[in-house]
Design a protein around this ligand. Structure first.
Ligand SMILES: Nc1ncnc2c1ncn2[C@@H]1O[C@H](COP(=O)(O)OP(=O)(O)OP(=O)(O)O)[C@@H](O)[C@H]1O
Ligand SMILES: [Mg+2]
Length: 396
């Protein structure tokens, strides 16, 4: 088949030709928008999940839904690894307000709110980055206390949105990059707008420990947001994700071929896209057969080993690599830190805890509960068992 027609989208944040298995999420979000638009209150959403399960593309889809409902959105904003609180929220706020002013005729109200954003943005260390053609409104959102200021900023946005008969949606990707005081401020601010039933919502996304981070920042964060795990696709959803993009272009998957790929990809959207792309390039006839799968299967696996896994493995120091291998050697997750230390060859857990902490810091593993660890990357254990078994480290 022609490579240029290849419909598959392996990568990060690339909108798939068919968004499989997320209908319920889309429906729930649509009803959240409806409730808030109607003057009601409901909890904002936090999505967490492993690398490559489709958090970013789901946020992109919710962005479209909200826009169709007449809401202003920040677009999906990825929080960088060294975010500045004031700059981050000033940018999102001004984006929302500008969007509202384009579509709704309440210029005075919006200009005032932009003035508040300006005062807020002046707190950015090193000066203002935003060009706002309004005077700063002082005495609001400019105290220097992130919690108080973000509450006031969000109220300003919420009231502008209400006046415009619209709503405002924050889409914050890689939200775990916000430090604890910033997450605490986010909790406070969304609690405040929710109490006032203002049409402002947040959809945040990040790795599996995002919920724990939020709760560490504010103990009541567990009740403040609706937490959703974004997990692997069911077999039937995975099947559709694989065969539907080809089918719309007149290419059919043989039943055994589809079944084999669904099994190899283990329900992970990113892997499905990788297999789909290579199969498309390899298949001859207007159908994808088991022979194609046999030809391409190992190639994709090798490719994933090199790009998806080896690059992450290389982020770890020698001792940390040994720690990862020790985790994988223990069978099914979550892995007890005590047992990992033993498999690592440590005399006690204290000896390995700096490695564990550093791996958590690097985002390669996380702690689902006290004394336990797990990988943040799907099927990492399988990769390690095959490519870096514990024996490899014995003489190190
Ligand atoms: N529901 C889905 N159906 C089909 N393909 C999908 C689906 N969700 C995501 N994908 C595909 O999976 C890949 C990963 O998606 P995405 O970048 O959104 O994952 P992510 O969870 O944000 O990963 P990361 O944690 O690394 O940021 C992309 O190639 C995307 O096209
Ligand atoms: Mg992402």
């Amino acid at each position: 088949m022609q490579r240029r027609d290849n419909p598959y989208t392996p990568g990060a944040g690339r909108k798939p030709p068919y968004l499989a298995g997320r209908d319920e999420d889309l429906e729930d979000f649509a009803s959240l928008v409806e409730v808030l638009s109607g003057g009601g209150a409901d909890r904002s959403l936090i999505y967490y999940g492993l690398r490559g399960v489709g958090k970013t593309v789901l946020l992109m889809e919710l962005d479209i839904l909200a826009s169709e409902a007449g809401w202003a959105t920040t677009d999906v904003q990825e929080v960088g690894s060294r975010p500045d609180f004031w700059a981050t929220f000033a940018q999102m706020a001004s984006r929302l307000l500008r969007e509202m002013s384009r579509t709704h005729r309440i210029k005075e109200r919006i200009d005032r709110a932009l003035g508040v954003v300006k005062a807020f943005s002046l707190l950015t260390p090193g000066g203002v980055q935003l060009k706002l053609d309004v005077d700063a409104v002082t005495g609001m959102a400019d105290s220097g206390d992130p919690e108080q200021d973000l509450v006031e900023l969000l109220r300003e946005i919420g009231e502008s949105a209400r006046a415009a008969g619209s709503g405002a949606l924050f889409l914050i990707d890689e939200m775990h990059n916000l430090d604890s005081p910033s997450l605490a401020a986010v909790c406070m601010a969304f609690q405040a707008v929710s109490r006032d039933a203002l049409p402002v919502a947040l959809v945040g996304a990040g790795p599996p420990d995002l919920q724990v981070r939020l709760m560490r920042a504010k103990p009541y964060a567990d009740r403040l947001f609706e937490y959703r795990e974004l997990g692997r696709l069911s077999d039937s959803a995975a099947r559709i994700a694989l065969i539907q993009p080809a089918a719309t272009l007149g290419v059919r998957y043989h039943e055994d071929a589809a079944r084999a790929v669904v099994e190899m990809a283990a329900g992970y959207p990113y892997f499905l896209q990788e297999y789909g792309r290579e199969l498309w390039n390899a298949a001859e006839a207007p159908s994808v057969t088991m022979a194609d799968v046999e030809e391409v299967g190992d190639l994709v696996k090798e490719q994933l080993a090199r790009t998806f896994y080896a690059t992450r493995f290389a982020m770890a120091s020698d001792a940390e690599q040994r720690y990862l291998a020790a985790m994988a050697s223990l069978g099914s997750p979550p892995y007890s830190s005590v047992e990992v230390a033993r498999a690592w060859g440590a005399e006690n857990q204290r000896q390995t805890s700096p490695h564990r902490d550093s791996l958590i810091q690097k985002g390669l593993i996380w702690s689902p509960r006290r004394g336990c660890v797990d990988f943040t990357v799907p099927l990492f254990a399988e990769y390690l068992l095959e490519h870096h078994p514990t024996g490899e480290f014995d003489d190190a």
